[in-house]
Design a protein around this ligand. Structure first.
Ligand SMILES: [Zn+2]
Ligand SMILES: [Zn+2]
Length: 398
């Protein structure tokens, strides 16, 4: 049985926005010997300045503590003396590339990341290839097909997916027949698995809440799309050398095709009334934002944390005003429209979500639209800017 491994203790470095900043720095160090003391210092300074996270401790070479972040995220690998920067890294670093969208990046990781993985010591090229993300998501789809709740705990993943030696290459019918096993993760691998799930929960159709990974899809079209276009492992012959394996795994040979995301199915099931225009106008189609604000799961999580429906903007207690309506609040995402949900150690974070009554929600999006238009912008340039415009709108409402 293949052991599933991941990096450990660096979840915040795996946030999509952070990875993009790391990628921008790494491309400028392509081919350099980052084990050389002065280059290593330069790299650390550059990473700190751009990413805003400590790349500590200073007494260790960056590569000693962060090479697993770079590798697991498919960005870079120190091959011999020079830093190999992947195609994925270059695309992440570029503005307006296919991979500047978190979902598209995740799709590439799902298809490419496989065990045995060259970042880990016990790399054995002849071991059977396992595509862990494809396996987990197919198992979630199988649960949904069985009419069960599409969520898994870490224990379920061990017992059903790892314990049955799933490879991610099987079809969903296979996952429908899985029986529990006695396999349990132990020691470090528990934490590694948890952080691995937190990482993938940045994809708009996955969420982690109360230590469970949920599949958050809008309907059968989404499932069809996942199975036909996304969950198809990028199968290649194993390479004996770790560096060669990493290069092969991250090579982008074919022009990638932007997956066709069906927003019409989102509209039908939407609990919201705000206009799609808010999300799709301008150059970028902000499907991720649309999916965040319309996620029934996120709304459910929000309600479990805020049982009393109080609008954050007008402070109206909507159940007092409309006693016959159970919980009339929309969940609004405070970050720039193109941002994904913030990641915490626990997984999906609701820190940037607020509950708004439908009127305030619409008014705030109208305010955003006018503000962006008058500033000739497509989206907010930073979290701070998005937040300050939100507060401006709230002040107007109060
Ligand atoms: Zn309100
Ligand atoms: Zn909103």
């Amino acid at each position: 049985m293949t052991t599933w491994r991941w990096d450990q203790g660096r979840v915040l470095y795996f946030q999509f926005d952070v990875l993009r900043e790391i990628a921008k720095v790494l491309v400028t160090f392509e081919g350099k010997d980052i084990n050389d003391n002065s280059i290593n210092d330069e790299l650390r300074k550059s990473l700190r300045d751009h990413v805003g996270l400590p790349f500590a401790p200073d007494s260790y070479k960056i590569n000693r503590n962060y090479s697993r972040v770079f590798q697991c995220a498919l960005l870079a690998y120190l091959q011999g003396k020079s830093l190999y920067v992947s195609d994925i890294c270059k695309m992440l670093a570029a503005d307006d590339s296919y991979l500047s969208n978190c979902d598209n990046y995740m799709y590439e990781v799902f298809r490419r990341f496989r065990f045995p993985f060259p970042a880990f010591n016990e790399y054995e090229p002849q071991t059977e290839r396992v595509y862990p993300f494809c396996a987990i998501i197919k198992y979630l789809i199988a649960l949904r097909e069985q009419g069960r709740s599409a969520k898994v705990s870490l224990e379920d993943i061990c017992s059903y997916v790892i314990g049955n030696s799933c490879t991610g290459l099987e079809d969903v019918d296979f996952y429908n027949t899985l029986q529990p096993t006695t396999y349990r993760a132990e020691g470090d691998s528990v934490r590694q698995l948890r952080e691995m799930l937190a990482f993938i929960s940045q994809c708009s159709f996955l969420k982690v809440f109360n230590k469970e990974l949920y599949l958050d899809v809008y309907g059968d079209d989404d499932i069809k799309h996942l199975l036909q276009n996304i969950l198809i492992p990028n199968v290649q012959e194993p390479m004996a050398d770790k560096g060669d394996e990493f290069c092969q795994m991250t090579k982008v040979i074919h022009q990638l095709v932007t997956p066709n995301v069906n927003t019409s199915s989102v509209n039908i099931l939407s609990p919201l009334s705000i206009l799609d225009k808010d999300f799709t106008e301008g150059k970028r189609v902000r499907v991720q934002h649309l999916r965040i604000e319309r996620s029934t799961l996120l709304r459910k999580f929000y309600i479990s944390l805020h049982p009393e429906p109080v609008c954050e903007a007008c402070k109206e207690h909507v159940r007092e005003k409309y006693p016959w309506v159970d919980y009339m609040l929309d969940v609004h995402h405070l970050l720039p429209l193109a941002s994904v949900i913030k990641l915490s150690i626990e997984g999906t974070s609701l820190d940037d979500m607020v509950g708004l009554c439908p009127s305030c929600h619409k008014a705030i999006h109208d305010y955003y639209r006018k503000w962006l238009k008058s500033n000739n912008l497509d989206d907010f340039r930073s979290k701070q800017e998005a937040m300050s415009v939100y507060l401006e709108a709230v002040r107007e409402i109060a």
